[in-house]
Design a binder for this molecule. Structure first.
Ligand code: PRX
Length: 587
């Protein structure tokens, strides 16, 4: 693949990885020309007599040999280890499907799982898919307000949680009239007996449940999963996906993650609370029959390196902030470990800076392949492939079967080299089918037959895409999208806060941090103590990643004449940029 233009980042192109596996695309262009999603479905033997159920495909329907393969290698934060074959998961998920049936959960009901990264996350999510429920994973770092917004909006009938996380749920329980059952997974034996009348013990119910379950017919268009995602305005919206999304998740796991299930130990560092942790932490790899490593603990360079060494991880999917944090820990730390098992590395969630690509190449001997996609696209859309030369800093090229474009403000395609709105034709089986109960917002994301992603980008003359930034006010902090409105709403619930405006401030490690500008109510004085108190208030109510790491107190906030806080102006002033059009600013 020859380069006709200089790489935009200024870093030389890195030739394709010679260790790319036999599944890789012999020729990207050839596959791009001839690709049919139907062929991918056929390769997965889809649809089947019982339609397309993600749980059947991922857990039950493998060959007898694969059923005996390890599906899940799990390491707890305290070092304890467990492992489950596909057949173990088949029996456990059948049991949980029977538990749900006994509790009256029906097809289409919303079942949410609010747990730390423990094996029961996977057992309960897939058990729920087996009964036809629409699953909703909740990140365990969410506070009461974040979980209330999601459970209330989705009308969840059942939540699986732990005694430790249940306290946060208890505080908002009265605001959730649709919620009928809370299933308690008590690994540590810390549940307070007796349980409330609406609570049931996971262990007790599972012990009585049969491990036989027949998955009912599931239409390809039936909803499978809701992931809540943040926008500029309003509360998070539930992007809904259908069972047929598995076709795209499996195809991309095969061609982009390059998974060779009989050999690979694959580690996805994302939590199943986020789309990466479901599409590629479970769906794509398990549809192929690959072994997945899940680590309960958080980030620490030494722990992560130890895991790669101990489990002989071969394929690793992580995120730019984590890579930058590993860079910060230094090469001396990295040198103490054996990374010879690694053969393919991928990254997602934020722009992957070229320095990180080059550093990864030096330290691990392989290039981090950047992949671009969103909660809404459900699967990778613009990526670097094992068979491709990597231009450090570029997101790569559209996946075969995906048509991408750069559009002007009238939603017409722009030529190569020009910056515009990044859009894709909504044709991959994984593209979202709605925002839960927000059809008008969903419809507003489509223009001229394109799905408008909300990102701005540019395509070069070789067809490589380069990320430029968001077209809206959504903040990307360490790969997590945060809506300024959500943070502002949490801030103004604090008794001292009169008004709040929230922006993303560029940060060398986390890409952006959440910064809040606050005016105080009469009787409150700015102080460091008050700042800390407000930060903590948001951190415990909303989420640890969404609290404002910086707060400035202002006498009043710039507003339009209709009273809307001008975040754009706050950001321009913070960054020392021109203030632009201020004609709508109130006097
Ligand atoms: O702005 C883009 C950024 O993350 C957004 C999607 O976030 P979310 O729906 O939470 O899904 C994250 C994981 C799929 C995008 O609109 N983003 C994602 N990947 C990249 C990226 N920005 C630059 N480069 C990427 N590779």
């Amino acid at each position: 693949m020859s380069s006709t233009v200089e790489p935009v980042s200024g870093y030389p192109t890195i030739p394709k990885d010679p260790t790319a596996g036999p599944f890789n695309m012999a020729s990207y262009d050839d596959l791009y020309q001839n690709f049919q999603w139907e062929d991918m479905a056929k390769a997965l033997n889809l649809p089947r007599a019982n339609g397309i159920n993600k749980a059947s495909i991922c857990i039950d329907d493998h060959s007898p040999e694969v059923m005996q393969r390890t599906a899940l290698l799990w390491q707890a934060a305290d070092g304890k280890k467990e492992s489950y074959t596909f057949d173990d998961l088949r029996r456990e998920t059948n049991r949980f499907a029977n538990v749900l049936t006994e509790l009256g959960v029906k097809k289409g009901d919303r079942v949410f799982v609010y747990l730390d990264r423990i094996p029961e996350i996977f057992i309960t999510l897939f058990g729920a898919l087996k009964v036809g429920a629409v699953i909703g994973p909740l990140f365990s770092a969410f506070g009461p307000e974040a979980i209330r917004d999601r459970l209330e909006d989705s009308g969840a009938v059942l939540v699986v949680t732990s005694p430790e996380l249940k306290e946060r749920l208890d505080s908002i329980r009265g605001e959730l009239p649709a919620l009928q059952h809370v299933v308690i997974v008590d690994r540590k034996g810390s549940a307070v007996e007796p349980l409330h009348p609406h609570e049931v013990s996971y262990a007790a119910m599972m012990a009585k449940a049969s491990d036989q379950f027949t998955v009912p017919y599931t239409d390809p268009d039936d909803f499978s999963i809701i992931h809540y995602t943040s926008g500029t305005t309003g509360k998070p919206k539930g992007a809904v996906h259908r069972h047929a999304a598995i076709i795209a998740q499996a195809a991309t796991a095969k061609y982009i993650l390059d998974l060779q299930p009989e050999n690979d130990i694959y580690w996805c560092t994302a939590d199943p609370g986020w789309v990466t942790g479901t599409s590629y932490g479970m769906f794509g790899p398990w549809a192929l029959g690959a072994t997945v490593l899940v680590y309960e603990g958080g980030f620490k360079a030494e722990d992560w390196y130890q895991l790669i060494q101990d489990y002989k991880v071969t394929v690793w999917y992580t995120a730019p902030t984590a890579i930058r944090m590993l860079m910060k820990a230094g090469e001396a730390v990295a040198k103490a470990y054996d990374f010879s098992s690694l053969r393919h590395l991928c990254s997602v969630g934020e722009p992957l800076n070229p320095e990180a690509v080059v550093w990864g190449h030096q330290v691990f001997g392989h290039v981090f392949h950047d992949t671009w996609w969103q909660t809404e696209t459900g699967a990778m859309h613009i990526c670097n492939y094992p068979c491709m030369d990597v231009k450090p800093g570029s997101m790569g090229k559209p996946f075969p079967g995906v048509v991408a474009g750069i559009l002007d403000d009238e939603w017409n395609p722009l030529p190569a080299g020009e910056e515009g709105h990044l859009a894709v034709r909504p044709q991959a089986p994984s593209i979202f089918r709605n925002y839960w109960k927000r059809d008008e917002v969903y419809q507003s994301r489509f223009k001229n037959g394109w799905y408008i992603t909300g990102d701005r980008a540019r395509m070069d003359a070789d067809g490589y895409y380069w990320f430029i930034g968001r077209a809206d006010d959504v903040i990307n902090t360490a790969g997590h999208l945060v809506g300024p409105f959500e943070v502002e709403s949490a801030l103004i619930e604090h008794p001292a806060v009169a008004e709040a405006g929230v922006i993303g401030k560029p940060d060398p490690e986390r890409l952006e941090i959440v910064k809040a500008f606050i005016s105080l109510k009469a009787g409150f004085e700015p102080s460091e103590t008050l700042k800390q108190e407000i930060k903590n208030f948001v951190r415990t109510r909303l989420a640890a990643h969404a609290y404002p790491r910086e707060i400035d107190f202002l006498p009043s906030l710039p507003k339009t004449r209709s009273g809307k806080i001008m975040r754009r102006l706050l950001k321009a002033r913070e960054l020392g940029l021109p203030e632009g059009d201020t004609s709508t600013l109130e006097d």
